[in-house]
Design a protein around this ligand. Structure first.
Ligand SMILES: [Zn+2]
Length: 322
């Protein structure tokens, strides 16, 4: 067998396996949400667990419009009194202002959640509409971006043992994992700096930086790491040099001299997250512009932080209103 034949022989079952798993989860999802109404009901339950509230004035005194299911009227003074303000289950959500059925929205969001390595809008489009569909791929692209915006997550403060590090995304950097320290410090043209912090066995927080400065790096640590943390592990980048003086139990490894681990001082967990992010972006999205990178960082962080959450989809629905 030729080498390419062997590769094909190995890859084909993998491909079918991925496809089969995806289809299986979609089947289960379709059973949970058989109709547009079931989606609306679920969204209403997740959005207003204590009962429907007006998305404009937050009043609880709202009246269901009998002729229009999942529509309500708010008659508060703020919302115009007797004439009132009409809203629906999708008002002020990422689903607003489109004619896309909720069932389709849900399916796209769900596919994004179950695709651990990331899934491109094109892949989603193929899974949902099939190869030869005449429907517009840009609709899938638009839906993916709106879901990513909902994946912004809560402002987290990490505790325990925390690793902090930066990475650079874009250009040829993606192919040079091992040499990233050699050429990337300080950033370079075409590469976008991303800073992150991870609590060991816990959550990750990552953020695209406009520029890599001491002030920005320090500020990120102050925003994301609790004061009572037991360790802050970084490399010897200058941006972290004042952390000890600021009261953090800060330890460094000298990446520049080839030191990557010293006892529990390392950034291996964050490195794994960076590879997941980079491989995902490379494998599924190919090229990511600076404008959209924060959205992809949202997506990968959110999925990572909810990797063991059986209610991830329901929780995501609680963050899709604004
Ligand atoms: Zn109101």
């Amino acid at each position: 067998m030729s080498t390419s034949g062997a590769i094909r022989w190995v890859l084909t079952p993998v491909f079918f396996c991925v496809r089969f798993t995806t289809m299986k989860t979609i089947d289960a999802f379709d059973r949970q949400f058989p109709s547009e109404e079931s989606c609306k009901q679920f969204l209403a339950d997740m959005r207003w667990p204590q009962g429907v509230r007006c998305p404009r004035c937050n009043s609880e005194k709202v009246y269901a419009l009998k002729a229009r299911p999942f529509h309500w009227l708010c008659k508060s003074k703020e919302c115009g009194g007797r004439n009132g303000y009409r809203f629906s289950v999708i008002t002020h959500t990422i689903f607003q202002d489109t004619k896309i059925p909720l069932k389709l929205w849900f399916k796209v969001g769900y596919l994004m959640l179950v695709s651990k390595k990331g899934i491109s809008a094109l892949q989603i489009h193929r899974v949902i509409f099939g190869e030869d569909s005449g429907s517009d791929y840009h609709t899938s692209w638009y839906m993916c971006h709106r879901w990513r915006a909902a994946m912004k997550g809560d402002a987290l403060k990490l505790t325990g043992e925390v690793e902090v590090d930066e990475t650079y995304i874009g250009g040829k950097e993606q192919n040079k994992h091992k040499s990233k320290r050699l050429n990337a410090r300080g950033g370079s043209v075409g590469k976008i700096p991303v800073i992150g912090a991870i609590a060991r066995k816990g959550m990750v927080v990552a953020k695209v930086l406009e520029r890599v400065s001491h002030v920005d790096m320090e500020q990120f640590v102050h925003e994301t790491v609790k004061d009572d943390v037991s360790l802050v592990a970084t490399d010897e980048a200058g941006g972290y040099r004042l952390l000890k003086r600021q009261g953090y139990p800060h330890e460094t490894v000298g990446h520049y001299k080839g030191e990557y681990v010293r006892g529990n001082v390392h950034t291996a967990n964050l490195d794994s997250f960076w590879s997941l992010l980079k491989r995902g972006i490379m494998g599924s999205y190919h090229k990511v512009s600076k404008d959209y990178l924060p959205l992809y960082v949202n997506e990968f962080s959110w999925r990572f932080n909810n990797r063991k959450n059986p209610n991830a989809f329901a929780d995501l629905l609680t963050t899709c209103s604004h």
